[in-house]
Design a protein around this ligand. Structure first.
Ligand code: ATP
Ligand code: MG
Length: 218
């Protein structure tokens, strides 16, 4: 049986923050994605390779078996599916990396508390429409959701929306655009996501890798 294990990572903070966890598992990646153009990277373990994909494509690769496992932000996982287990995905480890939070932000002159209390309809722009939809549904707040792919801070400044739902870490991007964080929705961190079928087929090496990640994440 071919026991080659393929791990999906995205370039940038997920890759960078995964390196120490891989090192703790005895795995060194052979090339630096910032200087190499390769999308498939070998490692110091002949049975393990890394594929580089877009952050939001990690769950797609793992779900369809293009990778056996991957590292993805909770934001990406929640946007991917509201039934991860039903998609054949298993999320066994909170890796505690790429930590940030999902928050609601508005212009300083927008009275969010009153708008929410009065049950008025608010216009919310976000890349994270599933998380936003669920959050406001839980609060019983009516929202018109506007899907964006980036530069969300611009939406309240141009009148496109009353509020945005976005990832916040230090808050400096919000501040630079004179927006205020008015509600924290949830803490976000990156998770190990595993193809359940691959776990059955390559049980031993997959288990060893998952356990090593879990120990390294502490
Ligand atoms: P892309 O840049 O390809 O559109 P992305 O913005 O989701 O995708 P990254 O910026 O690499 O990709 O972010 C990867 C993950 O890191 C996110 O899914 C999120 O979980 C986390 N993250 C995003 N922004 C921050 C931040 N400011 N601080 C900490 N973690 C963050
Ligand atoms: Mg980004």
């Amino acid at each position: 049986m071919n026991d080659l294990i393929t791990l999906a990572l995205s370039k940038g903070r997920i890759f960078d923050d995964s390196l120490p966890l891989l090192a703790a598992a005895g795995i060194e990646v052979s090339e630096d994605p910032e200087t190499s153009r390769k999308l498939i990277l070998g490692t110091s373990q002949p049975g393990v390779r890394v594929v580089l994909v877009r952050a939001s494509d990690v769950p797609t690769y793992v779900e369809h078996g293009g990778a056996d496992l991957g590292v993805a932000g909770l934001d990406v996982l929640l946007e991917h599916s509201d039934d991860l287990a039903g998609s054949g995905l298993y999320v066994p480890v909170d890796l505690q990396i790429a930590r940030c939070r999902m928050s609601v932000a508005t212009r300083a002159d927008f009275d969010y508390a009153t708008a929410v209390k009065q049950g008025s309809r608010i216009r919310v722009a976000s890349k994270y429409t599933q998380i936003a939809r669920q959050h406001f549904a839980d609060k019983g707040v009516h929202v018109d959701l506007i899907k964006l792919y980036g530069s969300m801070e611009l939406a309240p400044l141009t009148g496109l929306a009353d509020a945005i739902v976005d990832l916040v870490s230090t808050g400096s991007t919000l501040k630079a655009n004179q927006l205020v964080e008015v509600e924290r929705i949830m803490d976000i961190s990156a998770r190990l996501v595993v193809n359940q079928a691959a776990l059955k087929l390559k049980r031993e090496p997959m288990r060893r890798l998952i356990d090593a990640f879990a120990r390294a994440a502490g």
